[in-house]
Design a protein around this ligand. Structure first.
Ligand code: CP
Length: 325
């Protein structure tokens, strides 16, 4: 794999390989000194044209834990504000010597454009409504860690599916791993066509809440909604929010997940710390291990990990690493 721009580029075997690798990366992260020299000499540039807390910081942390050098581009302090184009920005940063671009942009498809302008690997950190592949991988990793496997699980994805890149990536990864996915939303928050989506649609959260293994709440994307797609936030919460009453009806083992940032009082109308099985903090923590796995998989070539229990180095494909220097 050279790029990770969409979950559609991943087979179930690719996903499984990355999740197994993430276990090794979680072990590294738990060490007193959570750092290995696996990507020494590699430079990773984070190119974020849209706001982020979790994705940006966890990619940065992941790269540092693997000893990669990092370059952080922030649009608010860049020459984009003087009119520099996206292509000129990418080519300028690439000229400094970059092995991987991690790209977030409000427009769908930008990671594909970037990969046409540079020889570096490109990882999609969220493009418009389209894809957020590492979020889906960390979500699958979190579910697998809590429930053992996704095969046969009933997962309800609730809320603003239409504007959600997380929903598109999650549905693809969850179903590739054998889960049954229901979309729970009003018609106005569903895509105009669900042709090709391997899902069922459920119009009311109350119809599924007592019968799920995972309840995945989506953020109401107020910044991407130009018109009132629900009568009011209060009515949205009444039908689709996780209220204390609905939380009490969840099966004991059921996980509650959210990609963040949460709208408290809207989709999350209960204190998440009072939920029996909230995975929200685990999702954030697992994001580092999963992004380490993705960076390692893309950038260390045919690497192998000889001794993760001890302090030995992760040895990568040194020829590939040298070639990138
Ligand atoms: N889940 C997610 O992408 O969060 P950030 O926008 O904070 O990166």
């Amino acid at each position: 794999m050279k790029h990770l721009r969409s979950t559609e580029e991943l087979t179930p075997e690719d996903i499984d390989r990355l999740l197994v690798l993430a276990d090794s990366m979680a072990e590294i992260s738990a060490r007193p000194v959570p750092k290995v020299p696996a990507l020494r000499g590699i430079t990773v540039a984070t190119l974020f044209f849209e706001d982020s807390t979790r994705t940006r910081l966890s990619f940065d942390t992941a790269a540092r834990r693997l000893s990669a050098d990092t370059m952080n581009f922030s649009v608010s302090t860049s020459s984009v504000n003087k009119g520099e184009s996206l292509r000129d920005t990418v080519e300028t940063i690439a000229a400094m010597g970059v092995d991987a671009f991690i790209v977030r942009h409000k427009s769908s498809g930008v990671p594909w454009q970037v990969s046409a302008w540079t020889t570096a690997s490109v990882i999609n950190a969220g493009d418009g409504w389209h894809q957020h592949p590492t979020q889906a991988l960390l979500d699958a990793y979190t579910i697998r860690g809590a429930l053992g496997s996704l095969d046969g699980l009933r997962i309800a994805v609730v809320g603003d599916v239409c504007h959600s890149r997380v929903a598109r990536s999650d549905v693809d990864v969850f179903t590739k791993l054998g889960a049954s996915v229901s979309l729970v939303a009003p018609a106005t928050l569903l895509p105009p066509s669900l042709e090709g989506w391997p899902v069922t649609v459920v119009p009311e959260l109350d119809d599924v809440v007592a019968d799920v293994d995972v309840l995945y709440l989506l953020r109401m994307q107020r910044e991407r909604t130009s018109e009132a797609l629900v009568p009011s936030m209060r009515e949205y919460t009444a039908r689709f929010g996780l209220t204390p009453e609905r939380a009490a009806r969840l099966p004991e083992h059921a996980l509650v997940m959210h990609p963040g940032p949460m709208n408290r009082g809207v989709e999350m109308a209960v204190d998440p710390t009072e939920l029996r099985r909230s995975m929200i903090t685990a999702q954030v923590a697992n994001g580092v291990a999963v992004r380490m796995a993705v960076l390692y998989d893309l950038l260390a070539g045919s690497a192998r990990i000889p001794d993760l229990a001890g302090t030995a180095e992760i040895t990568g494909d040194t020829a590939a690493t040298e070639a990138r220097r």
